[in-house]
Design a binder for this molecule. Structure first.
Ligand code: MLT
Length: 411
């Protein structure tokens, strides 16, 4: 008898969108070795770690080299020295009270948003905004919750909530009741944000329908406008219905260093077949203690330095730097007559493709004619067709150069 595979994997598109883009760009670069390509596709930061972070990082590595300060396994949930800082700086100033055992340190919001579905039954109905960060969809496909993809590019058992120009990228409540709802705000990929009233609509829905919201706040550091919630727990009742994911990747440059955290309030409950309630915090803790051995000590020390006054100043500087790029992109593309969204509370700019071009055609045009790489909107879901995403995560020089090149295109 031969080994059988998890056939759910066959239901997915063969490539993760960013691998697909890399392959195409590498192919183009091989064929055109002189092309100076500017990558504004994947949302990967380009500025180095803050100095305050690096200093502490080095000190902690040093501690690991000495008998009396060496550390082996740490707590799977993360060290209290980091959790204390997170609660004190990210939540208390917003009037949100959390206990240490409601915060779980991890090696990334991608991993946590991908893994969280494991604690929920396969029979739950899952809703995603469309376009969407592909991890939420693919992790549910792998688990067997979505069924196959139909001809319309939608998984049959997944509820898609379109976010397009028509509804100004504000997701409307689903017509049928759903159990798990993924929301990411400020949004990847559209770069748009929800204000408190708009998010409260979803929290109220979840309370009424016994749903759970999986809220990805990885981009909260980019919020510039008032009345945009940084945490879903700013909304009344959210502790009973929402899990929140946060990351050090986009604010402090940890995409290659890896540190994030997930908040699972104790009030959150799921139910067994007999209708008995169970704590989601307990289930997530059980999952993490079994499958995860914690983030390395030096990295957690490094992450805690993000909250020092110097760390805060430096990350603020980086965020401002990227947001300046965002405003340059917005202004330049606006001058070109393109319709653009996002880039105000987020490092992503969501561009309507010009004329009748589809997402991949616009991607090819930018790559071939301007040597600029974006992400085709359709890679984020069917409602992303006809859009393309650019990121502000680049140097100021490259951003200006990319805009200069795009201004010469005949579009
Ligand atoms: C993106 O480009 O959408 C991001 O890189 C996603 C991520 O952080 O994994």
């Amino acid at each position: 008898m031969a080994v059988k595979i998890n056939e759910n994997y066959l239901l997915m598109k063969s490539n993760y969108i960013f691998s697909e883009i890399n392959q195409r760009v590498d192919r183009y670069q091989n064929e055109n070795p002189d092309a100076d390509i500017i990558r504004m596709g994947i949302g990967d930061v380009t500025r180095p770690l803050p100095r305050a972070v690096v200093e502490k990082f080095k000190e902690a590595v040093d501690e690991m080299s000495k008998n009396d300060s060496f550390r082996g396994y740490g707590p799977e949930q993360g060290y209290d020295f980091l959790i204390d800082e997170i609660i004190k700086h990210d939540y208390e100033p917003r009037g949100i009270k959390l206990s240490n055992d409601e915060v779980f340190i991890s090696d990334g919001a991608k991993c946590d948003t991908g893994n969280i579905q494991e604690i929920f039954g396969l029979e739950n109905t899952v809703a995603v905004t469309d376009p969407v960060y592909p991890v939420y969809v693919d992790s549910n496909v792998m688990a067997g919750r979505t069924g196959p993809m139909g001809d319309d590019g939608r998984y049959q058992n997944l509820v898609y909530i379109p976010c397009t120009e028509d509804n100004e990228f504000v997701p409307e409540l689903p017509e049928s009741s759903v159990d798990l709802i993924y929301l990411c705000y400020p949004n990847n990929p559209t770069g748009t944000a929800l204000n408190k009233e708009q998010l409260a609509v979803w929290v109220d829905y979840a309370i009424e329908n016994n749903s759970i919201i999986l809220f990805d706040a990885a981009y909260e550091a980019y919020i510039r406008e008032e009345n945009i919630p940084h945490s879903i727990y700013e909304i009344r009742g959210a502790r009973e219905v929402a899990i929140e994911f946060r990351s050090f990747s986009k604010n402090a440059g940890f995409t290659g260093t890896r540190c994030a955290y997930t908040v699972v309030p104790k009030e959150l409950k799921g139910f067994d077949e007999e209708g008995r309630p169970h704590s989601l915090n307990n289930l997530w803790n059980r999952r993490q203690t079994t499958k995860f051995n914690g983030v390395s000590y030096p990295i957690q020390v490094a992450a805690s330095a993000v909250f020092s006054p110097e760390g805060q100043e430096e990350i603020q500087e980086s965020v401002e730097y990227y947001m300046k790029n965002a405003s340059i992109i917005r202004e330049s593309l606006d001058n070109l007559g393109l319709k653009i969204y996002g880039g105000v509370n987020s490092p992503y700019i969501w561009i309507k493709t010009p004329g009748e071009m589809d997402s991949w055609q616009f991607f090819d045009l930018l790559l071939n004619e301007a040597h600029v790489v974006g992400t085709p909107g359709v890679g984020f879901g069917p409602s992303g067709e006809g859009y393309l995403r650019l990121t502000a995560f680049n140097t100021l020089e490259n951003t200006k150069e990319a805009m200069e090149r795009m201004s010469k295109l005949s579009i």
